[in-house]
Each structure stands twice: as structure tokens, then as C-alpha cells.
Design a protein around this ligand. Sequence first.
Ligand SMILES: [Zn+2]
Ligand SMILES: [Zn+2]
Length: 133
Amino acid sequence: MTEVACLGIDASQEKKCTYAVENTCELCHDYFPSPLLCLHLISHHIYREMARDPSTRILVVCELCHELIHSLPVPVKKQRVLVGRRTFFVRRDLRRALGYKPAPYEAPATVDIAQVYEEYLGRSQTGAYHMGR
Ligand SMILES: [Zn+2]
Ligand SMILES: [Zn+2]
């Protein structure tokens, strides 16, 4: 638990994370009751995806795998691959567990739908004009 303390993850969030992965260790894919799963901090270095989404900084693993990750150690690169393979639902639930809200989608400010439409019409008219000739 101390390992992810720097992320400000409390005990209830940790529990929610274990639910998010359906109590399945992300390394060995075995089922474990929540108290036997722990959060592993992948790296103190904040990679690009981690800056955007804190849920990509952790792995939910069983105690045995957690020991293994540190003793081998499992390369950070491989751990990031594991994170990248998460299903949409695991990703979403982990984000929720950690209180991370992705920025709401906003259309780029430069795109003006009316203008795009006008340009599209303008282009097809030009096309028709050329065809006519
Ligand atoms: Zn495991
Ligand atoms: Zn760890």
C-alpha cells in the first residue's frame, strides 16, 4: 500500500481497483479476494500515457506476482504493455476507482461545422461544374 501512497490512493480506492479488474491478478490472471490483491506502482517515472491517466501507473496484482515483479524484476516496458491490453471496461472502472475523469470531448475550436458544410458543398459544386464541361 505504501508503494502507491505517492498517488494518493486510499484503502477504499484500492478496493475499488480490485473490483475493476474483477479480482483477477493482472499478471497471472488468477482470481483472488480483494485483500490478497495489491496495487503495484509501475514506475516513479511518469510516462506520457501516465501523465494523462493515472490508472496506467498501477497494476493490480496478487502478492506472489507482486513479489515477482520486484524480484525479477519484470521490465517496466512489459508492465506498460499489460496496462495497454486492459479491456475498455477495466480501464474505465480503474479510472473511476481512482477518481480520474477524462476531459470531456470538445470539437477542435477551429472547426466551424457551417463552414465545413459550405466548403463541402462548394467543392461538390465545383466538381459538377468540371463534369459539365
Ligand atoms: Zn498473480
Ligand atoms: Zn510494486
